[in-house]
Ligand binder design. Sequence first.
Ligand code: GLU
Length: 317
Amino acid sequence: MSPESCLNVLEELYERQRPLAEGKVATYIPQLAKANPNHWAVAVCFADGRQAAWGDTDESFCLQSVCKPVNYCLALEAHGEARVHEHVGFEPSGQVFNALTLNPRGLPHNPLINAGGIMCCSLIAPEKPLHERFELVSDFWQRLSGATPGFDNAVYQSERQSADRNRALTYFMREQGAFPPHTDLEATLELYFQSCSLTLNARELAVAAATLANRGVCPVKTSDAGVQEAQLAPRTLRDCLTVMATCGMYNFSGEFAFRIGLPAKSGVSGALMLVVPGVMGLALWSPPLDNFGNSVRGVEFCRQLVERIPLHVFEPR
Ligand code: GLU
């Protein structure tokens, strides 16, 4: 399919999901309950750097769980796969994202649910002060998206004030001996809440997704030398895309892999990052969520996308 026809399909699918009225915005973090359910944005960035966007693409939203694959990458880059996976598993949990449950080894099921996201935070430069750890995360998003992320302080405050479940999960993990020795639990939780409160708009998130689609090279940014540099080791990227493909869509991950067959990650702000390896990154944002916690418009868009363009990774070619 030519890039022009692909853009026509994306625009048509953006329009088709706009009238959808199903779903409810997340309310368990009080500040998220204020989200406007009419917001809807679609943005694409191709591996060659071309971009297009439709809808509320200048509005920023907090990343929420979309921060998790990136924190996983940071942990992998620092420690390697073997060490990281001493503390977190590989399997979809089949449970809601914040379930008070660990795998049979007493570890989070995977890096993309809350327990695993918190665990990855514990592995990001634990020896450094918190402000430097936050800067590492924020700078990494900057390198992936080519944009400086914002920070939603209201969401951050709201989330840390209503974090009983995440605290319970964290202390449960400590009781099970899941964390590396000497982990500062409160600092770990702070980094987790702060990562979830980073903001980007859909255009910027699409560029980050395109970096994951483009061997880790940000398609819209060149280094001073004019040479495009990979922001991630090939193995980190492979690991990250694999867990996104198997665990990125809460307990809808199996059906998403079956029907859509692409690495993705959603968050309770209604953000959804979709990676088409070698081709493009997409960002979809619409706050009303289905029962799994995924954006209703976002998932429907993905479903129709692979019906129109054969992008499923197992599509016979
Ligand atoms: N910050 C949210 C929480 O921990 C992230 C949830 C999500 O987007 O899945 O509850």
